[in-house]
Design a protein. Structure first.
Lengths: 248, 248
């Protein structure tokens, strides 16, 4: 198994960071790694916001409801970005109507996520710890206001990066058979039954990680995930539409 | 620069493949690499369809309008997958209403893209060539039918993988200043003017790649991208909704 695959296999999200600064050289490598990712039709429809302002970091930590967001050495927000290309097209006298389609929404979100994962992998290859912050979307409009995100941009995910101050166990993944399908999607009627062993493995993992935490199985976690989230999160589609995306 | 970052910096999409087979051991490493990617709240809301049936590959090549899709040694379709967790939740007597939100759509699409990029990086680390196939979304409903994708799943992207039979030049990326922002999004009124040098660099790249192809600048490509795509692609949101996503 080569070095890169070993790295991928050892991914853990890091939620505790030391105070050590990341050098500018390493930050540049992170940004360049993101830029080398493939993008849809080479349209490069994403942007990276490097949040260095401590007040803004604190605001994002409050939105995400996680203190470690503000404690990370660096904090990036990756945005879908059709704005740049809209400006270019308008300058060239073109209508930008297509940008309101779900198709273009997907293209830009895809560019953003794929670039984000390149940053995460580059960071981990340099001994840094990372955690994705989906939680900033608890209030997408607040993030848009905070970072002055214009029409045709949307904050798809945050990434906190720093030197790790913890070394969590690897989290056990679903059995391969559950996510892998050959030629067509297979549903198993006995899936919940089949997942009993996996449920036990996940419980053991949580038990090892924190003796004081209530121990959830995987399927219990799924059941809990079906509960309603904050209202602003559940109505996020309105914010997406008001940014110009997903008109049709 | 470490081995992994060197690999990220050398990414090129490969659209010509040799007939050499990829070993099962390597395929397993690809799937496992995808599985080790971080997922939203550990919900693992994606699936991988390994398309080995030659007729299905040909159908996907026809949908994507690119012959190299059928010529690749292996072809994967990565799907957003809320179906698995919906089954688990229903078994546990829970309402699955939240799965119809844009929030859950985004969570599952994000899981799919991030896992896909892990597969791409793992493949490249083993000397394989890859290309993302956004083009399968020229007819999302046909892909859904072909792969028997149930409610709450959606084919977000294809990946063709094989041993490379070509060695294209690295494609020059936008100047860092265009995609990088500190603390807030900056728009430049002079962007199109500022991109003149980059336009020349991109033209030179295409000129080197293929003397017979019309040479486009980057900004020309953007202008062209604003033209209408196939009707089925422009109305993809209907397909997404009929799969159960994005009800609110």
């Amino acid at each position: 198994m080569n070095e890169t695959i070993q790295l991928l296999f050892h991914h853990r999200s890091i939620r505790g960071f030391s105070t050590e600064n990341i050098s500018q050289e390493k930050i540049d490598l992170l940004i360049q790694s993101a830029q080398h990712a493939p993008t849809n039709n080479f349209l490069q429809q994403y942007s990276i916001i490097d949040v260095t302002d401590e007040m803004k970091k604190k605001t994002l930590a409050k939105i995400g409801n996680q203190t470690y967001i503000a404690e990370s050495n660096r904090l990036f927000v990756i945005t879908a970005d059709l704005h740049r290309n809209a400006e270019i097209a308008q300058e060239k006298g073109k209508s930008t109507e297509v940008l309101g389609s779900f198709d273009y929404c997907l293209r830009s979100f895809s560019d953003a996520f794929i670039s984000a994962q390149n940053m995460v992998i580059a960071a981990e290859s340099m001994g840094l710890g990372t955690v994705y912050l989906g939680s900033i979307l608890n209030d997408a409009q607040a993030v848009i206001d905070l970072l002055h995100l214009p029409k045709y941009t949307f904050p798809v995910v945050g990434i906190a990066i720093g030197y790790p101050d913890q070394s969590p166990e690897l989290k056990p993944r679903l059995p391969q058979i559950e996510i892998y399908h050959e030629n067509e999607y297979h549903s198993s009627e006995r899936m919940v039954h089949d997942l009993e062993n996996y449920d036990q493995t996940v419980s053991q993992y949580y038990d090892l990680r924190n003796k004081n935490r209530r121990i959830d199985t995987f399927t219990d976690q799924i059941a809990k995930a079906m509960e309603k989230h904050p209202e602003k999160r559940m109505s996020m589609l309105n914010v997406l539409k008001s940014q110009g995306f997903m008109q049709y």
